[in-house]
Design a binder for this molecule. Structure first.
Ligand code: NSS
Length: 430
């Protein structure tokens, strides 16, 4: 082949008559009596090539199967019927890897697609979602760095629960000791604010979630931040600015993908601060009006959250959760000790919680008392308590579930498609 190979996206911009070569995988092939169409897919898009009777490559084009890897050469021609409005009048096609019969059919079930996820990740739908995901992760780093947060890295092997014992993954360590996979990097971030003051990390968190829901993974990506001297209100401001920044970036860079996914773009354009803030008590009364009764003190589940999201057309905060609905490290409100200085951020359109966070207990005795009150053993939290012994400061932080964020940004109905290789209660393969 003599022509320079260009990405499909570039090829689609070339004027009629230009010599062109593209490479990728066969997306579709259609055979007619006197010609063959081969649609080629690469990471940037799809483009059709047509091989006619006068092309010596026609017989070669008839050999290619779906998902074969190929290099196609020819001349660009405008054709409004072709995807992207242009096609390649093929003069040559080189088969690099002839594909066996591809197992994925149009009518494949969700379960089957997950069984062959290593192949299903090639779909245009998943490719579009993963591009949105890439942009979202990049935007998280951009945002925190522009705000003076240091990126840090925390361990995945830990010795005590952050978010409750029920979802801990136990691991046998090298010396036979019992350790766990981290549920959140929060405690390590807290220890680093005493030097770096503002820190963040983007890392996996693990939860042995036994329930099968549309929004739970056993291994998820967690963007967490912590800041010294910060109070709940400061953190909520950072959270809304972070979400607005990510959404703007996705709208800027991934419009094409959002459209391919059928996402309601107008809904994303509304994601501008300030986000509404409602208290837990207000939420209960909204729910009560809608015929949903929640006992004061209980946490809200996905069903209750879904009802609440109908009241808002952009993300909103729910603050002031009762003590017993939140993990032990949450600081109680000095003005109203039965509630915590905590806030969740809920995504609209039925999605629900994407962020959990709040102010931490900074007083040593208060922390020890609350650990005991929650039936936990202060022995297990020695180093965490230590942080309150040496120059304690008020501080706050939060955790953003990146897979849930991507789920909402892309408008998909199940979290498994927000990540290339989802891990759920019944799936660890491929
Ligand atoms: O349990 S959280 O609400 N809060 C924490 O882990 C804090 N320790 C974070 C912090 O303050 N540094 O989880 C935070 C978010 C939650 O809002 C979800 O968006 C996401 O993490 N999350 C999950 N995503 C997917 N699957 C599962 N199982 C899951 N659990 C939490």
């Amino acid at each position: 082949m003599r022509t320079e190979i260009v990405p499909v996206k570039e090829a689609l911009k070339l004027p009629q008559g230009s010599p062109v070569a593209v490479r990728g995988w066969v997306y579709r092939r259609r055979d007619l009596k006197k010609k063959a169409f081969v649609v080629v897919r690469d990471s940037t898009g799809i483009m059709q090539a047509v091989f006619g009777e006068d092309s010596r490559a026609l017989s070669e084009a008839r050999k290619v199967t779906v998902e074969s890897s190929v290099v196609v050469e020819g001349i660009v021609r405008d054709d409004p019927r072709a995807p992207g409005g242009k096609e390649i009048v093929g003069t040559g096609i080189e088969i690099i890897g002839l594909a066996e019969n591809f197992p994925i059919r149009r009518d494949a079930s969700r379960e089957f697609l997950l069984d062959v996820r290593h192949l299903a990740v090639r779909s245009r739908r998943l490719t579009s979602i993963f591009k949105v995901r890439d942009t979202a992760f990049q935007a998280v780093h951009e945002f925190f760095r522009s705000r003076g947060f240091y990126e840090v890295h925390c361990p995945m092997f830990i010795t005590a629960a952050v978010e409750g014992g029920a979802t801990l993954f136990e691991v046998k360590y090298v010396d036979g000791r019992k350790v766990y996979l981290t549920q959140s990097s929060q405690f390590y971030l807290e220890s680093l604010i005493f030097s770096l003051e503002k820190v963040y990390t983007v890392a996996p968190s693990f939860r042995a979630e036994k329930s099968r829901t549309r929004r739970h993974l056993t291994e998820f990506w967690h963007a967490e931040a912590e800041a010294a001297w910060a109070h709940l209100g400061d953190m909520m401001k950072i959270e809304e600015e972070l979400i607005a920044h990510i959404t703007r970036r996705v709208l800027e860079k991934r419009r094409e993908e959002l459209e391919l996914l059928g996402r309601d773009i107008e809904a994303l354009k509304r994601v501008e601060p300030p986000f509404p803030r409602i208290s837990y008590d207000e939420a209960l009364s909204i729910l009560e009006d809608k015929g949903v009764h929640v006992e004061w003190g209980e946490d809200l589940g996905a069903d209750e959250e879904r009802v609440l999201t109908q009241e808002f057309d952009k993300p909103f905060f729910l603050y002031g959760f009762p003590e017993k609905a939140k993990a032990f490290y949450h600081k109680n409100d000095p003005k109203r000790p039965e509630v915590t200085l905590s806030a969740d951020l809920l995504a609209p359109e039925g999605y629900g919680e994407i962020i959990g966070g709040g102010e931490r207990i900074e007083d040593k005795d208060e922390l020890i008392a609350k650990i005991k009150k929650f039936g936990l053993n202060p022995e297990d939290y020695q180093w965490y308590i230590d942080l309150r012994r040496y120059g304690t400061v008020p501080h706050a932080g939060f955790g953003l579930g990146m897979d849930r964020l991507v789920m909402w940004l892309t408008g998909i109905d199940h979290i498994v498609d927000a990540i290339p290789f989802p891990r759920t209660v019944n799936r660890v393969y491929p």
